[in-house]
Design a protein around this ligand. Structure first.
Ligand code: G6P
Ligand code: ZN
Length: 544
C-alpha cells in the first residue's frame, strides 16, 4: 500500500447548497471531481490526526464507489479510524447518532436526499461536524474556497475494503470498522419512546399502519424497528427494499411522490396511520385514514403532546422552525410559555439552538421534524413520536389534529413549487420582487392589507452570525403571510417556492380545502410577483 499525492485542477462549481454538494451522478463521475471536494473538506476542518470519521450514505447509485474513495482518502490524510455503515449505508439521522455516540470528529454523508437517483439521477455529499449536525456556513464556505484553489489530493493506493462484512480491518495505518447500520439508531429510538405501549397498539390487531420507505434508506431501519421490534405485522413496511435508483421513483415523502402510500391511505379500508420518509431518511410525511397532516401542523402537535412521550416527559426548552414553516408551532410555544425561534431554511441553522439547550423540538415545512436527540431531522423518529402519542391517547390522527385546531386555531398552509424553471427568469422574478418590497406596506389587495414586507435576515442568537436574503416575506394585517424563495437543493435550473399561510380561529371553518381557504392569497401572490408570466408556467409542478 502506498500513499499517493495526485495533481489536480479546481472545479468552479463545488459550492455546497442548502444541504451539501448535489450534482448529477455524471458530474461526480468526472475524474478527480469527488476527490477534489473530499480533499477540500479535509483541508478545511482542522486537525483530525488519529481521530474518527463516520462515513455512510443512502445507498443510491455511486454510493459504494464514492465510499471506497473516501476511505482511501481518509487513510491518506491521517484519520485514525473510520466507522462506515455496512454496504456503505447509513441514514442521515443514523450518521448523526453515530457521530455523537462515539465522539467522532465528524462524518461524511453520501446523499442527494429526496432527489432521484440512478445513473442519470443525482448524487451528493455533505460534511457533518462533531455535534452530529450539518457543517455551519463558515465551514461550507471554507470548503468552497478551498475547492477553488486546490492543486492536489492524497489517496492510498490499496484494494477496496469489503463493506458487506461487519468488523475491522486496516488501511494504511487507519482502522476501518464496518458497523451495523441500524443497531445504534434503533437503540436511541428505544431510549426515547415507549416501545411497550407502541407494541401493544400493534398487537391488539385493531391498529394498522402503512410505512412507505420509497425504496430508499429507511427500508432496513423500518423493517427492524416496526416489524421486528414493535411487532407490527409483516407487510407494514412497503417499498422497503432499498434500491440504487429508488425503483425509478422520486424518494420525496409528499402527496405527489409518495403516491403508493396516498392510494393506500385514501383508498378503501385504509389503515389507521401512514407514513413515508425520503432518500436518506431524514424527512417524513404523516397521514391518517383519509387525512394529511401538514408538516408545520405535525411539529405543533408533537410539541403540544411532547410530555406524553418518555424522552420529552420533562417538557420542552423551546421550539424552532424555519421561517417559511407555518406559525402553528408558535401558538403552542406561546401556550407553553416557551420560546419559538424562527430560522432560515436549512437544518444547520438549528444546530446552535440545540447545542445551547434553547430548543428541544425543531421542524420545517419541507417535511422535516427532529429534536435534540441528534443534530439532523429524523424521519422515523417523527413516525415513532406520532405512534407514541396515538398509543397513549387512543385517538386517531384526524381526531388529534382537529382537537388541536380547536384549541389553537388552524393555520391553513400550502406550498407551491415551480420546478426546473430557467434560472434567469427565476432571478428576475426575485429581483423584481425585492425592488417592490419598500412600496408594499399599506397597500390593499382584496380583503388583505400589507403590514410588512422584507427579505428575511437572521442573526444567530448564539454566535451572532448573520444570514441575509433568506426569503421574501409579505405579511398582512390579519397575520396571513406569503413567502417566496428559491430552492437551494435543486440541480436543474431553479425552483421557485411560494409559501402561503392564513390563520383561522373559528372551529366551524376548520374543514376547508387549504387551496380554497388560501385561494385569495394565492392569487395575490401572483399579482405581486407575476409568477405565471415570469416563469411561463400557468400552474405549480408540485403542491403540498
Ligand atoms: C434540505 C435541508 C432542509 C431544507 C430543505 C429544503 O432537506 O436539509 O433543512 O429545509 O432542504 O431546501 P430548499 O432550499 O430546496 O427549499
Ligand atoms: Zn433528506
Amino acid at each position: 500500500m502506498t500513499c499517493k499525492t495526485v495533481a489536480t485542477q479546481p472545479f468552479s462549481d463545488q459550492k455546497p447548497g442548502t444541504s451539501g454538494l448535489r450534482k448529477l451522478v455524471s458530474v461526480f463521475q468526472q475524474p478527480h471531481y469527488l476527490e477534489n471536494f473530499v480533499q477540500a473538506i479535509f483541508d478545511s476542518i482542522g486537525d483530525f490526526k488519529g481521530q474518527t470519521l463516520v462515513v455512510g450514505g443512502d445507498g443510491r447509485f455511486y454510493n459504494r464507489q464514492a465510499t471506497q474513495i473516501i476511505l482511501k482518502m481518509a487513510a491518506a490524510n491521517g484519520f485514525g479510524r473510520v466507522k462506515v455503515g455496512q454496504g456503505g449505508i447509513l441514514s442521515t439521522p443514523a450518521t448523526s447518532a453515530v457521530i455523537r455516540k462515539y465522539n467522532a470528529f465528524g462524518g461524511i454523508i453520501l446523499s442527494a436526499s429526496h432527489n432521484p437517483g440512478g445513473p442519470d439521477g443525482d448524487f451528493g455529499i455533505k460534511y457533518n461536524i462533531d455535534n452530529g449536525g450539518p457543517a455551519p456556513e463558515k465551514v461550507t464556505d471554507a470548503i468552497y474556497d478551498r475547492s477553488k484553489t486546490i492543486t492536489e489530493y492524497k489517496i492510498v493506493d490499496a484494494p477496496d475494503i469489503n463493506l458487506d462484512i461487519l468488523g475491522t480491518s486496516t488501511l494504511e495505518g487507519m482502522t476501518v470498522e464496518v458497523i451495523d447500520s441500524v443497531i445504534d439508531y434503533a437503540a436511541l429510538m428505544e431510549s426515547l419512546f415507549d416501545f411497550d405501549r407502541i407494541r401493544q397498539l400493534f398487537t391488539t390487531g385493531k391498529f394498522r399502519m402503512c410505512m412507505d420507505s420509497l425504496h430508499a434508506v429507511t427500508g432496513s431501519y423500518a423493517h427492524a424497528i416496526f416489524e421486528q421490534r414493535l411487532g407490527a405485522p409483516k407487510g407494514t413496511v412497503q417499498n422497503g427494499v432499498p434500491l440504487e435508483d429508488f425503483g425509478g421513483g422520486h424518494p420525496d415523502p409528499n402527496l405527489v411522490y409518495a403516491h403508493d402510500l396516498v392510494e393506500v391511505m385514501f383508498g378503501e379500508n385504509a389503515p389507521d396511520f401512514g407514513a413515508a420518509s425520503d432518500g436518506d431518511g431524514d424527512r417524513n410525511m404523516i397521514l391518517g385514514r383519509n387525512f394529511f397532516v401538514t408538516p408545520s401542523d405535525s411539529l405543533a402537535v408533537l410539541a403540544a403532546n411532547a410530555t406524553l412521550v418518555p424522552g420529552y416527559r420533562n417538557g420542552l426548552a423551546g421550539i424552532a422552525r424555519s421561517m417559511p414553516t407555518s406559525q402553528a408551532p408558535d401558538r403552542v410555544a406561546a401556550k407553553l410559555g416557551i420560546d419559538c425561534y424562527e430560522t432560515p431554511t436549512g437544518w444547520k441553522f438549528f444546530g446552535n439552538l440545540l447545542d445551547a439547550g434553547k430548543a428541544t423540538l425543531c421542524g420545517e415545512e419541507s417535511f422535516g421534524t427532529g429534536s435534540n436527540h441528534i443534530r439532523e431531522k429524523d424521519g422515523l423518529w417523527a413516525v415513532l413520536f406520532w405512534l407514541n402519542i396515538l398509543a397513549v391517547t387512543g385517538k386517531s390522527v384526524e381526531e388529534l389534529m382537529k382537537e388541536h385546531w380547536q384549541t389553537y386555531g388552524r393555520n391553513y398552509y400550502s406550498r407551491h413549487d415551480y420546478e426546473a424553471i430557467d434560472s434567469d427568469r427565476a432571478n428576475t422574478l426575485i429581483t423584481q420582487l425585492r425592488d417592490k418590497l419598500p412600496t408594499l406596506k399599506g397597500q390593499k389587495f382584496g380583503s388583505y392589507e400589507v403590514e410588512y414586507s422584507d427579505d428575511f435576515s437572521y442573526t444567530d442568537p448564539i454566535d451572532g452570525s448573520v444570514s441575509q436574503k433568506q426569503g421574501v416575506r409579505i405579511g398582512f394585517t390579519d397575520g396571513s403571510r406569503i413567502v417566496f424563495r428559491l430552492s437551494g437543493t435543486g440541480t436543474q435550473g431553479a425552483t421557485l417556492r411560494l409559501y402561503v399561510e392564513r390563520y383561522e380561529a373559528d372551529p366551524t371553518k376548520h374543514n376547508d380545502d387549504p387551496q380554497v381557504a388560501l385561494g385569495e392569497l394565492i392569487a395575490i401572490a401572483d399579482t405581486i410577483a407575476q409568477i405565471k408570466s415570469l416563469t411561463g408556467m400557468d400552474k405549480p409542478t408540485v403542491i403540498t
